[in-house]
Design a protein. Structure first.
Length: 60
């Protein structure tokens, strides 16, 4: 999160720093929902393990 805020602030100033966190969170959700779940459906064992770890971390 710190890195996304720094990058957003560097690229777009104060507004970029404010918008960096929602943009980073949206990208994270899209990657998990689209890419990682697609890999799991194709039978990727490592992707399945990573998805379980992410889901377990989100519940805690």
């Amino acid at each position: 999160m710190i890195v996304s805020t720094l990058i957003g602030g560097t690229l777009a100033g104060f507004a970029g720093a404010l918008l960096a966190l929602p943009v980073a969170a949206t990208i994270k959700v899209l990657v998990i929902e689209i890419w990682l779940k697609d890999r799991v459906s194709e039978g990727d064992v490592l992707a399945r393990k990573n998805l379980r770890d992410i889901q377990r971390r989100d519940r805690a």
